[in-house]
Design a protein around this ligand. Structure first.
Ligand SMILES: [Zn+2]
Length: 246
């Protein structure tokens, strides 16, 4: 009886948590809440990396490729000699293979952000698997490596989403901080918030598609310069995660 009540309470709390995430959307950083609530789940969700103090961070971009922003992002990355990680939406990659080619040729990492930018908290298991597999198959033909990391759009997912990703060879990766944030109305405010939060092993999320990202383009050079001046090195997600295995 007690076990039943505890179970009921836990499932109620969980459903509230997912509701909270739905409300907060892509710009929030509620993953820590999941940590506390479900320690088993947290071990399988990456939000930052332990680098033993090494000043390494990963800059990641979601929602592209998008002809309005991806070229500009690539030019900024080239100017500061940085390798980044692009969590691409499959249908955008399908529409703009030339941008994917440019990302690959510049040495950036490409990872999986579903095929249609679907809300996976509402998708069934088959639908979730299809979202992951369609992008995997499409990009598999363009890349000469298997993609390894999966990021659910807007941080909306169910615990089984992580199981499905793992079954398909993917580790689920969220982020430490998001450049675009409701509390940061200007590029300067966006940059300051990310610069103030600097610490080794961070996974920084920015966007190169879907919505107006013109402020992101202005914030990025400020962030990159400040991090580099503090001795941080930008590496791809795979490189960052390898340091934690060492
Ligand atoms: Zn997204």
């Amino acid at each position: 009886m007690v076990a039943l009540l505890v179970g009921l309470l836990l499932s109620l709390l969980k459903s509230q948590l997912y509701a909270l995430q739905t409300f907060a959307g892509e710009d929030s950083e509620l993953s820590r809440v999941i940590y506390v609530m479900d320690s088993n789940l947290s071990k399988r969700l990456i939000t930052h990396v332990e680098t033993n103090g090494e000043k390494l961070v990963a800059l990641t971009f979601d929602d592209g490729p998008d002809p309005l922003y991806t070229n500009d992002v690539l030019e900024i990355l080239e100017k500061y000699n940085i390798k980044a990680t692009f969590f691409v939406v499959g249908e955008n990659a399908q529409a703009h293979p030339e941008l994917i080619r440019r990302e690959i040729d510049a040495g950036h990492e490409i990872e999986n952000h579903t095929y249609t930018h679907a809300d996976l908290s509402r998708a069934n298991a088959a639908g979730t698997e299809e979202e992951i597999k369609k992008t995997d198959a499409l990009l598999g033909r363009m890349l000469n490596r298997n993609m390894k990391y999966f990021r659910p759009p807007k941080k909306l997912f169910r615990p089984e989403t992580i199981d499905i990703a793992e079954r398909n060879g993917y580790q689920t990766v969220l982020w430490t901080i998001c450049v675009e944030n409701a509390q940061s109305p200007t590029p300067q405010a966006m940059a300051k918030r990310v610069i103030d939060a600097a610490r080794p092993g961070m996974i920084i999320l920015a966007h190169d598609g879907r919505l107006d990202r013109s402020k992101t383009l202005l914030a990025l050079p400020i962030i990159i310069k400040a991090y580099q001046e503090q001795g941080y090195q930008f590496v791809t997600l795979d490189e960052l995660l390898k340091t934690s295995d060492a």
